[in-house]
Design a protein. Structure first.
Length: 430
């Protein structure tokens, strides 16, 4: 593997205010970057080195303490924050749920939520980022928790609490020396209050669903059924996992939808093709098989995931001394995988900054890992891809999107890759 020295001081100076600009400074095609000062930090800067860390040698690594601590403080103990045996114990009863055996029913839920969420739009301009956040919350409430009443306690708690929790997580990750949640600062107190309200509402929903004994296809219903044969799956565990799924099921999906619609607004011909696939989906039984047939929409989704990965980096800490190629990685060394940079690598992609849905995003996997790699790859990837295709297709079948600002939107990390401020798109009913 090719290695080089990293100007950590220069990189850190830029990264402190703009991590995306710092990633753009990284030399392309160099597998491993090491700081000149000999600090315990290494960048796995290509798909090959990332695959080595996340797949071939994943047993030698874990998520860094600060990342696990901050996310656990905000979202609770779940698959995202667990490691080792605790992670395996949690994954065992949960993984079958995301096999999506009821996938056709979940696709119908996604379609209904998308249609209803945009039914009040009128010709004019909308902040598509805000709208997609609201829409994906509704999809998450229905598909994950099985609740359709926008005014019930769970819906209100999710809508009101998640912004507070995500703002707190983003602030703590960007300010690692800030005080932990147990210290009652005003920011921490607001977050803990939001967290308590959310967890309480989900626990009440679990109790209600159990007493009602009604069958459902949503993820919560499948977890409750799994609990019947899995004595270690407690109500507290289910509540924490639901909070984690809500995060993954709406925050990252909303970001990808936002960037997809922005790119489609710049390509009317492509937008029309996606709309045609959306109409074909809506006129059919709306099954997962029909979702799989949305090939143009799929290309748009995959290209948006490449250019705008919701998670711009993956960070691991070495549990023991190991190596990447001939580079020794000592115990405690932080290994950062700059996903954003790898997925825009000119070595892996021709004209990498160009939005091109016809690219081959599968196959050999060179430089493409929006859902991670290896054992810790996102369990909900198939769910997310289905939702993204259904929502994009239906939106473009009913609405035409335009962008008329003189400059493109500015991306920022908050905590997923979002547009800074609002992202206004013109909308006209077709």
């Amino acid at each position: 593997m090719r290695t080089a020295k990293l100007d950590l001081i220069g990189f850190g100076r830029v990264a402190r205010t703009d991590m995306l600009a710092a990633m753009a400074m990284l030399p392309d095609g160099i597998d491993v970057l090491r700081p000149r000062l000999g600090l315990p930090l290494v960048l796995a800067n290509t798909y090959a080195s990332a695959q080595h860390v996340l797949v071939a040698d994943d047993e030698s690594y874990r998520k860094p303490w600060i990342v696990r601590q901050v996310i656990e403080e905000g979202l609770g103990t779940n698959l995202f924050t667990s490691e080792g045996d605790r992670w395996l114990a949690r994954r065992k009863p949960i993984a079958p749920v995301f096999a999506l055996t009821q996938v056709d029913d979940l696709v119908a839920i996604m379609a209904a939520a998308a249609s209803e969420a945009t039914s009040t739009w009128a010709d004019g301009e909308v902040d598509i980022q805000s709208e997609m956040t609201s829409l994906t919350i509704q999809v998450a409430l229905r598909a994950l928790l099985g609740t359709t009443d926008a005014d019930n306690d769970v819906a209100v708690a999710v809508t009101n609490s998640f912004t507070e929790i995500l703002d707190w997580v983003s602030y703590r990750l960007n300010n690692p020396l800030s005080l932990p949640a147990v210290i009652p600062t005003p920011r921490n107190t607001r977050m803990r209050s939001a967290q308590s309200a959310l967890r309480s509402a989900i626990r009440d929903l679990i109790a209600e669903r159990r007493s009602a004994e009604r069958e459902s296809v949503d993820v919560l219903g499948q977890l409750l059924r799994a609990q019947d044969g899995e004595t270690d799956l407690t109500d507290d565990m289910i509540a924490d996992e639901c909070i984690g799924f809500l995060f993954a099921g709406h925050e990252t999906t909303a970001a990808t939808l936002t960037w997809s619609l922005y790119e489609l607004a710049m390509r009317p011909d492509l937008q029309d093709a996606v709309g045609e696939e959306g109409r074909a989906f809506a006129s059919s039984a709306g099954t997962f098989e029909r979702v799989e047939a949305m090939t143009t929409t799929s290309g748009v989704v995959e290209e948006a995931l490449r250019l705008y990965p919701a998670g711009i980096s993956i960070v691991r800490s070495a549990k023991r001394t190991t190596s990447i190629g001939d580079v020794t990685i000592r115990r405690g060394t932080m290994v950062m995988i700059p996903v954003y940079a790898v997925q825009r690598s000119a070595t892996a992609w021709e004209d990498p900054e160009r939005f091109d849905p016809t690219r081959d995003h599968g196959g050999n996997g060179d430089g493409f890992m929006p859902f991670g790699l290896g054992p810790r790859r996102c369990l909900g990837a198939r769910f997310a891809r289905a939702e993204l295709r259904v929502v994009l297709g239906l939106l473009c079948s009913h609405w035409r999107f335009t962008y008329d600002r003189p400059t493109p939107p500015e991306p920022t990390v908050a905590p997923s890759l979002r547009a800074k401020g609002a992202l206004p798109l013109g909308v006209t009913r077709r």
